[in-house]
Design a binder for this molecule. Structure first.
Ligand code: PGA
Ligand code: ZN
Length: 397
């Protein structure tokens, strides 16, 4: 039974205010905080009413705190339904999806603490599985200034353990940093929001540098390393064209470009190659390279089961990115994951560009048997998640 709850305004990794919620039971508590996107999908729930966190705080004080008192915390789906009822809209625009997310996860954590079982077991049951880390190495888009047009260039090392895989990803990150400094002699090279390198290089140069570095780390350590990319293409789609720093691409050219990343450069992981409503274009790419690569929908689906169902019907992708605060509750997230998994789509649990040190996504990736956890390569708020998976792997061996 929930005896009380509280919320606190804290700060995220960009220095913006974030919401943290605590659910208090008789003999246990659970605390969680919600992250924030920069390249948010148009069909996500609203993070904060009128973009102001204080509206969520007021809503909590007026409508939520008392309503939660006495509720049976063990009933997670009932808890999440209550949040929807208190909000009364279909996109959490009264309460704010980030308040709903923090409360929903805090409730699950409180129960897992009360039952003395880890969160991944409470959420996922008997068959947990350790994912692989998909780490951001070079980035641009809305996550930095004057970086690449493509938002993220990623790698996933396939080490023997999760610890090893994280370590090799870090080695690639380090090597890329050295190569960028060499190339841009005299200029400083910085880090973007997700602690990927950001520099004034073209997308093609970024691809070459990352490929070279990953190739070197791979042969030096005899480890397979997958290459990946998150276009976040919606953020540079204007007037029917894809607007790169130095050129514009038509729809067909953009599709060819995404296909060539796989066919010519061997990229395995390709996220949001097209704008966020192009279910048909995605299907064309999946048809061409879906056999030997993962085509991932993030802004396309926004963790929304109705949109995922459309993607299933249209064969748009073979994988779904999962972010709890795109949809607002744990139960809605589980529903999306189950739908995807039942239809043989892989899931990838993901951080956001603005993160707190909450590590719950580590538990969700393990609970959901996700193929990858996408949560950066370095940076304390990213390592909070990676380090938690390292601990969970020790638990599971
Ligand atoms: P966001 O982007 O967290 O800034 O929305 C991350 C992503 O596109 O995967
Ligand atoms: Zn994305």
């Amino acid at each position: 039974e929930i005896t009380d709850s509280r919320i606190t305004k804290i700060f995220d990794s960009r220095g913006n205010p974030a919401i943290e919620a605590t659910i208090i039971l008789n003999y246990a508590t659970g605390t969680s905080s919600a992250p924030a996107g920069a390249s948010t999908g148009k069909t996500e729930v609203i993070a904060y009413p009128k973009n102001n966190i204080d509206n969520s705080v007021d809503f909590y004080n007026k409508h939520v705190r008392n309503a939660l008192k006495g509720f049976n915390a063990l009933n997670q789906s009932g808890f999440d339904t209550l949040l929807h009822e208190l909000d009364g809209t279909d996109n959490f625009s009264e309460m704010g999806g980030n308040l709903a997310t923090a409360l929903s996860i805090a409730n699950a954590k409180a129960v897992s603490n009360y039952l003395e079982i880890p969160l991944y077991r409470y959420v996922g049951g008997l068959h947990p599985q350790i994912p692989r880390p998909m780490g951001n190495i070079i980035g641009g888009g809305k996550h930095s200034k004057n970086g690449t047009t493509i938002q993220e260039f990623l790698v996933s090392s396939q080490g023997k353990t999760f610890y090893d895989s994280v370590y090799y990803n870090i080695l690639v990150h380090r090597r890329v940093g050295e190569k960028l400094s060499e190339k841009l002699k005299g200029q400083s090279v910085g880090l973007g929001d997700e602690k990927a390198w950001t520099a004034d290089v073209s997308d093609e140069e970024a691809i070459e540098i990352m490929k070279e570095a990953a190739g070197e780390i791979s042969s030096e350590n005899k480890v397979k390393i997958y290459l990946g990319v998150d276009f976040a293409a919606d953020s540079f789609y204007n007037n029917g064209k894809y607007d790169y720093k130095t050129s514009k691409k038509t729809q067909d050219e953009q599709i060819d470009y995404a296909v060539s990343l796989n066919k010519e450069h061997g990229f395995y992981f390709i996220e949001d190659p097209l704008y966020d409503n192009d279910f048909e274009g995605f299907a064309e790419i999946t048809k061409k390279i879906g056999e030997d690569s993962l085509i991932v929908g993030d802004d396309l689906y926004t963790t929304n089961s109705a949109r995922i169902q459309k993607g299933i019907d249209m064969k748009s992708t073979n994988a779904v990115l999962i972010k709890v605060n795109q949809i607002g509750t744990l139960s809605d997230t589980v529903k999306s994951v189950k739908l995807a998994t039942k239809n043989s789509m892989d899931t990838v649990v993901s951080h956001r560009s603005g993160e707190t040190t909450d590590d719950f996504i580590a538990h969700l990736a393990v609970a959901f048997n996700s193929k990858f956890i996408k949560t950066g390569t370095i940076g304390g708020e990213r390592l909070a998640k990676l380090n938690e998976v390292i601990r969970l792997e020790e638990d599971l061996i």
